[in-house]
Design a binder for this molecule. Structure first.
Ligand code: V47
Length: 395
C-alpha cells in the first residue's frame, strides 16, 4: 500500500470514530506529510472544540526539591537537604507564595515536590491546608502519582488511604506528572527507582474511583522509541476506557540542560508538532490536549493550536522544573499576552477553571481592557456556566 493510501485508511478510521491501533500511531509518526497529519488532527480538534482554546490562571509551587529518586532527565531535584540549591519551604513560606499573589485572579495552584524522605506525611497535608486558609475556594491540583506512591510506601498506607487523607486536607485534583514513558525498557534507563507504569496507573485508577479528576503526561525526546510513545498513549487510553477520569493529556518535551542526559539534543519543533497531532488522534477518549508552552516555547505552542491542541497551560508563574533544565521561555505570562497569542492563531480564547467550567470567553475587546481587567483586585469566583460534575464518588 502506498503511504498516501495508508494515510487515507487511517483518516477514514478517524472519521468513522474507530480507535487507532499501535501500527496506525507509529505510521502517523513516520508519515512524511506533516501538514496532512496536522490537518487531520486539526479536524478532530475542531470537531470537539471548534475554535475554542482554553487556558486557566494558575501558578506553581514546588515546596521542596529534595528527592530520593535519581531520574536521569531531572534538573530540579537534589538528593539530600544540604546539597547546593536544595531547599524545603516551611509552611509559612508556602502560604506566603499565595499571599503575595492574592490580588491576582488565580483559580488553581499546581503543587509538585521531590520525594523528600524526612518531612513526614503531615507536611504535605499541611501545605494544602495553609493554602486553603488563604482562600478556601482555590483549586489545589497537587502531587503526582509518583508522590502518592512514595507516601504510601514510606508511611505504610494504601493509595486510597493516602488520597483520602489528602482530599480531607484540601486536594481537589491531581496533575499528570511522573508518567514519563511507561515502557519498562525506557523506564529502567530513565527512572528505575520510583513508581513503575503499573503503579502510576493504579494511583490514577484509585484517584478516579474516589472522585478526583486527573491529568496525564508523557515525557518524550529521551531514550524512547516511537513505538514506546504510542504504547504509552494506548495504556492511558485503556485506563480512560475504564474510569473516564483523565481530563487532559500533556506531552512534555525533554529539556537537556543540567541533567545526566545532557548529551541528548531534545526534540525538534517538527517532533513537537507530530507528537501533539498523534496524541489528538490516538487519544479519542481524552477530551483535551494541552501544550505546556513553558517547554516548547510560545511560538511552537501557538502553531500547535492547529495540530490538535485546544489548551494552553497557562499563566504559569515561578516555574522551576524546566527552567532548571534550561527552558528559555519566560517564567510567567499575563492573561492579555496569552489572549493575543490565541487570537493571532485565529482561535477564541476561553478562560476555564481546572474542571473546564467556562469563566470567560474572548469577545474581541481591546487587549488593553483585558490587561486592565486582569489588574483589578480579585473579588471571588463567578463561573459563567454551570459547574462541571465531578466523577461519582465511590465510598
Ligand atoms: O514528571 C522533569 C517532566 C514533569 C524534565 O498536569 C521534564 O496540568 C522535560 O507533569 N525536561 C512534571 N520534562 C510537570 C508536569 C506537568 C506540567 C504542566 C502541567 C501539568 C498538569 C503537569 O515534568 C515530570 C517530568 O515528566 N520533567 N524534568 C526535563 N528536564
Amino acid at each position: 500500500m502506498t503511504p498516501s493510501a495508508r494515510f487515507a485508511q487511517i483518516r477514514d478510521k478517524v472519521r468513522a470514530g474507530v480507535p487507532l491501533d499501535l501500527e496506525d500511531g507509529v505510521f502517523l509518526y513516520r508519515s512524511p506529510d506533516l501538514l496532512a497529519l496536522g490537518a487531520l488532527a486539526n479536524e478532530e480538534r475542531e470537531r470537539r472544540h471548534g475554535d475554542r482554546t482554553f487556558f486557566n490562571i494558575n501558578f506553581h509551587i514546588n515546596p521542596t526539591n529534595v528527592c530520593v529518586a535519581d531520574c536521569k532527565f531531572c534538573s530540579f531535584a537534589r538528593l539530600e537537604p544540604g546539597m547546593p540549591q536544595a531547599y524545603t519551604m516551611d509552611l509559612e513560606q508556602v502560604q506566603a507564595k499565595f499571599l503575595e499573589r492574592q490580588h491576582q485572579p488565580v483559580t488553581e495552584i499546581h503543587i509538585v515536590n521531590g520525594l523528600h524522605p524526612g518531612v513526614g506525611f503531615d507536611y504535605y497535608k499541611d501545605c494544602l491546608r495553609v493554602l486553603k486558609q488563604v482562600r478556601p475556594d482555590i483549586h489545589l491540583k497537587a502531587y503526582t502519582a509518583v508522590e502518592i506512591h512514595f507516601f504510601a510506601e514510606r508511611y505504610g498506607m494504601t493509595y486510597e488511604q493516602v488520597l483520602r487523607e489528602l482530599i480531607d486536607a484540601g486536594l481537589d485534583s491531581m496533575p499528570g506528572g511522573g508518567a514519563e514513558i511507561f515502557a519498562a525498557r525506557a523506564r529502567r534507563k530513565l527512572c528505575r527507582d520510583k513508581a513503575d507504569a503499573g503503579q502510576w496507573l493504579e494511583v490514577h485508577r484509585t484517584a478516579h474511583r474516589l472522585g478526583l479528576r486527573t491529568n496525564c503526561t508523557m515525557l518524550y525526546g529521551t531514550v524512547e522509541t516511537l513505538e514506546e510513545r504510542v504504547d504509552h498513549m494506548l495504556r492511558l487510553r485503556d485506563l480512560q476506557d475504564e474510569t473516564g477520569g483523565f481530563q487532559t493529556f500533556i506531552p512534555l518535551a525533554f529539556h537537556p540542560d543540567g541533567n545526566s542526559l545532557g548529551k541528548l539534543p531534545g526534540p525538534t519543533g517538527v517532533d513537537d508538532l507530530r507528537t501533539y497531532a498523534v496524541a489528538r488522534l490516538m487519544l479519542h477518549n481524552i477530551e483535551h490536549i494541552k501544550a505546556y508552552w513553558i517547554m516548547i516555547g510560545l511560538k511552537t505552542a501557538q502553531i500547535a493550536l492547529s495540530f490538535g491542541v485546544d489548551d494552553l497551560d497557562g499563566t504559569v508563574q515561578e516555574e522551576k522544573i524546566y527552567h532548571m533544565a534550561g527552558a528559555e521561555t519566560p517564567q510567567a505570562m499575563t492573561r492579555a499576552e496569552l489572549v493575543r497569542l490565541i487570537r493571532e492563531a485565529g482561535r477564541t480564547a476561553v478562560e476555564r477553571d481546572t474542571l473546564y467550567n467556562v469563566r470567560w470567553i474572548d469577545d474581541g475587546a481591546p487587549l488593553d481592557d483585558i490587561r486592565i481587567a486582569a489588574s483589578v483586585p480579585y473579588s471571588g469566583h463567578a463561573p459563567v456556566s454551570a459547574p462541571a460534575r465531578g466523577l461519582p464518588i465511590v465510598h
